[in-house]
Design a protein around this ligand. Structure first.
Ligand code: PMV
Length: 328
């Protein structure tokens, strides 16, 4: 029996990844930059054994159906290939989220799976190799190998596409991200389908690509200088541009709901009132508000005037992936 267990934290992109250059290898069209967070994480244990006749996948204690298991099996095949193993596995994952808000993320899930499976088959991967492996499961997962800020270098091949940590000398630890959970329903259009449609059909997609390098260098400079305003401005701009591409797709779509717009307007209003905070959004209607810890309470209080306290989840910078002791 070969087992491994890992815990990985989710990350939210400040400069978004939006679009694949290669679907099979998950090579992105652009570099992206993220902050790993402490509030959401996944713990996964993988056991490979001669006794198993198929892969089995348990999520939060429940055995998953063939479709969900096939995704896991395809990822495990990559690990088996690397380790020259033919063993089937039992995978048990648990998502830790502060409320049952449907915020489980593919980033923490696939990063934890990569870490646990590699550990189980004694692959001894470097962080860079683990990041490459996690990327094959879900693009954003490659950034969850690191704590704090990380940049996914798009590269142009399986070997050259991976994330790296961006040291920030404590700046990441000065930040908070407040999640405004406006909808806990299953999203309509997955990030995978959404990005494919915009790459293939959106008249605005080239505009997105043209401005990413400048936004990325602005974000890295802001981190270096610990300049919150500059980081916030470019974070919000990157999200708005990404979401702009979806409006020009064929057929057009948006991840925004009326509640998302309410949260975004409130953030703008708070800024006008002198409270520095900025928003970002991903492939769903929830809004995430970037704020300094020093203003966290004030912003939270203002948000709580328009949203219920259960809709608001506070996160801070989170750690790198952890390999956990095996339960034997
Ligand atoms: O890697 P995925 O399929 O979880 O896609 C992530 C896409 C965004 O969340 C919208 C942006 C990002 O960089 O995380």
């Amino acid at each position: 029996m070969h087992s491994g267990k890992a815990r990985a934290y989710t990350n939210i992109a400040l400069i978004k990844y939006w679009g694949k250059a290669d679907q099979a290898f998950i090579l992105p069209m652009n570099n992206s930059l993220s902050l790993t967070l402490d509030a959401f994480y996944t713990e996964t244990e993988v056991v490979f054994s001669e006794d198993y006749t198929e892969d089995r996948f348990y999520l939060d204690g429940h055995l998953q159906d063939a479709k969900a298991t096939e995704k896991i099996s395809m990822f495990l095949d990559l690990v088996r290939q690397k380790a020259d193993s033919k063993l089937f596995a039992k995978v048990a994952s648990r998502n830790f989220v502060p409320t049952a808000a449907g915020l489980a993320s593919s980033a923490s899930g696939l990063a934890a799976l990569a870490g646990a499976a590699a550990e189980a088959l004694d692959l001894s991967l470097t962080p860079q190799e683990l990041s490459r492996l996690a990327r094959r499961g879900s693009g954003s997962a490659c950034r969850s190998i690191y704590g704090g800020f990380a940049e996914w270098q798009k590269g142009d091949s399986d070997e050259t596409s991976y994330a790296e940590a961006i040291p920030s000398e404590g700046f990441a630890e000065e930040l908070s991200m407040i999640f405004v959970v406006v909808n806990d329903q299953q999203k309509d259009i997955s990030s995978r389908d959404g990005m494919q449609r915009t790459v293939e059909t959106s008249a605005f997609y080239q505009g997105w690509l043209d401005t990413v390098p400048t936004d990325l260098s602005k974000a890295k400079k802001a981190i270096q200088k610990k300049d919150f305003q500059a980081l916030g401005e470019v974070t919000e701009a990157s999200a708005l541009k990404m979401h702009g591409t979806t409006l020009a797709a064929q057929p057009p779509f948006t991840y925004w709901s009326a509640e998302s717009m309410k949260a975004m307007s409130l953030v703008r209003q708070l800024r006008q009132e002198g409270l520095p905070c900025y928003f970002t959004m991903d492939a769903g209607p929830n809004v995430k508000v970037l704020v300094q810890k020093t203003h966290e309470k004030q912003v939270l209080q203002k948000l709580a005037e328009q949203f219920s306290r259960e809709q608001l989840i506070v996160a801070h910078a989170g750690p790198a992936i952890q390999i956990l002791p095996k339960e034997e």
